[in-house]
Design a protein around this ligand. Structure first.
Ligand code: NAP
Length: 291
């Protein structure tokens, strides 16, 4: 059994990006500049944005952290988006989700210039991905594909079940794994809460991607010997033994599933760090999409 080490792989990716930034600097070019917009004071969102700003620093990018108060109107958020679209200094930016309830998330995401859409959530980015064109691919699916690639996990002709059909994880994951690429070329089943016989579907799969957000949902009886299991889930579960008062749980019951696997990602240290690295890679890529 091989553990797909997202921490080490993401470190390698960040080092590669830092080398590219060094080359840009050496040739007198501008270094990539990522902006992150956060509306309100949601604790988890603050933590995520701080981590992204730190990653930028580590790879040598410029970063700008824009904090807007919780009560900011939708129109004012849209004005901020327009300013970022028109700012030649900013190569890419993200709007941290979730937004406060009074703001229409779709309207905000649609206002992002697709050439700066480093989260890859804009319909133009999603459409290009579906057609196999060069674009920003959303962070978690890109991170998983990169992990499969770097560990040479066999995917061609394999049966794959993706559990979860969200726009940011499950659905793009199912599309990427079905593409005529390496990794890719899988025969994919996209499962969700209405799926029947999920245990049987998973048991017949060579690759299972669990992205449903239910701690330890995938158990040993659902996985066949020699399968590859990718655990996307991250759920905070109360744990008095931890200083923080909680533990992070994946969607896979790791201890009983891992011994059956050819490859498996741990939680933490698997998909999560790859998601962070993907944003840095997309920001570097943003330079190519500038006219
Ligand atoms: P989401 O939007 O809540 O979607 C969950 C999906 O799982 C839905 O499609 C839902 O089906 C399906 N589902 C729920 N219960 C199910 C069940 N019992 N059987 C089969 N399918 C079921 O979640 P998400 O944003 O995709 O995130 C999923 C998990 O990944 C969460 O734990 C999240 O924290 C984590 N995550 C991790 C990273 C990372 O970097 N590691 C990044 C993003 C998300 P319906 O569509 O029918 O409701």
């Amino acid at each position: 059994m091989t553990i797909l080490d997202g921490k080490a792989t993401s470190k390698a990716i960040r080092e590669e990006i830092a080398v590219e930034v060094g080359k840009l600097k050496a040739s007198g070019k501008k270094v990539p500049h990522l902006a992150a917009v956060i509306v309100g004071s949601d604790g988890a969102s603050q933590t995520y944005v701080n981590a992204k700003v730190k990653d930028c620093r580590d790879v040598g990018f410029e970063s700008t952290h824009i904090e807007l108060p919780e009560e900011t109107s939708e129109e004012d958020v849209l004005k901020q988006i327009e300013a970022l679209n028109n700012d030649p200094e900013i190569d890419g930016y993200i709007v941290q989700l979730p937004l406060p309830k009074h703001i229409d998330e779709q309207r905000v995401l649609l206002a992002i210039d697709p050439a700066k859409d480093v989260d890859g959530f804009h319909p133009a980015s999603v459409g290009k991905m579906v057609l196999g064109l060069d674009t920003f691919i959303s962070a978690t699916p890109w991170g998983i594909m990169e992990l499969l690639k770097r560990y040479n996990v066999p995917t061609s002709g394999k049966n794959c079940v993706v559990i979860g059909r969200s726009n940011i994880v499950g659905r793009p994951m199912s599309i990427l794994l079905s593409m005529p690429t390496e990794p890719g070329n899988c025969t994919v089943t996209l499962a969700h809460s209405r799926t029947k016989n999920l245990v049987e579907l998973c048991y017949n799969a060579d690759i299972v991607v669990a992205a449903l957000g239910r701690p330890e949902f995938v158990t040993a009886n659902m996985i066949k010997e020699g399968a590859t299991v990718i655990d996307v889930g991250i759920t905070r579960v109360k744990d008095e033994t931890k200083k923080s008062g909680f533990a992070l749980k994946g969607d896979v019951k790791f201890d009983e599933v891992a011994p059956k696997c050819a490859f498996i990602t741990p939680v933490p240290g698997g998909v999560g760090p790859m998601t962070r690295a993907a944003l840095m890679r997309n920001t570097l890529k943003a330079i190519d999409f500038k006219d």
